[in-house]
Write a protein that binds this ligand. Structure first.
Ligand code: 5GP
Length: 178
């Protein structure tokens, strides 16, 4: 089965330019601090890598992965297990969670609750993409790359069946190929 990209939604240039803007904003907001940026595996890796190039000042980086328990129904609200850099000192730190996309909001809500249990000084979320129209729970997203419509997108870290993460742009997958 071969999948097709119907159209490019966000070019590589648009993503880089927006990452520069967000990086500049984070540099300002965290001037004199040393935030810990936590990237969500696997999807946020390209955005994370682009974004940190544009942040001035001291930062630290880490990655975690949130997966639903195997055997449970495939809903985003199912129990979530965390793996990755879990032994980090989060208490008292300024945390910025980096996501690829926020859709219903359930994943990022669970991630933030997990981090909040570890008593950070502050917690903020940066996401490349935001599908606001799909939100089921209220979440506070401080830095949004792009608001996008309710279409299934791939590329720049986002996958379909583990494919397309390597595309340098964000595209809409041809629905007839899904
Ligand atoms: P949530 O609904 O919990 O906010 O998002 C759950 C997850 O669904 C996201 O982290 C992402 O992996 C996936 N997701 C939501 N919308 C899309 C999309 O348009 N494309 C891709 N590839 N994944 C998506």
């Amino acid at each position: 089965m071969s999948y097709k990209i119907e159209r490019i939604l966000l070019s590589h240039e648009q993503i880089v330019n927006r990452s520069k803007e967000i990086g500049a904003q984070i540099s300002k907001d965290y001037a004199g601090k040393r935030p810990l940026l936590i990237g969500m595996l696997n999807g946020a890796v390209p955005f994370f890598a682009e974004l940190i190039k544009h942040i001035e000042g001291e930062i630290e980086t880490a990655f975690i992965k949130a997966s639903s328990y195997a055997g449970q129904t495939c809903s985003s609200s199912g129990s979530v297990v965390f793996t990755g850099d879990l032994n980090l000192q989060i208490a008292g730190r300024d945390i910025i969670v980096i996501e690829d996309i926020v859709d219903t909001g359930l994943t990022i809500k669970t991630v933030c609750a997990f981090i909040r249990e570890k008593k950070p000084k502050s917690i903020a979320v940066a996401t490349l993409l935001d599908k606001k129209s799909r939100r089921l729970v209220e979440v506070d997203i401080k830095y949004v790359g792009f608001d996008i419509p309710n279409v299934f997108v791939v590329g720049f870290g986002l996958d379909y069946d583990e494919l397309f993460r390597n595309l340098p742009y964000v595209g809409v997958l041809d629905s007839s190929s899904i």
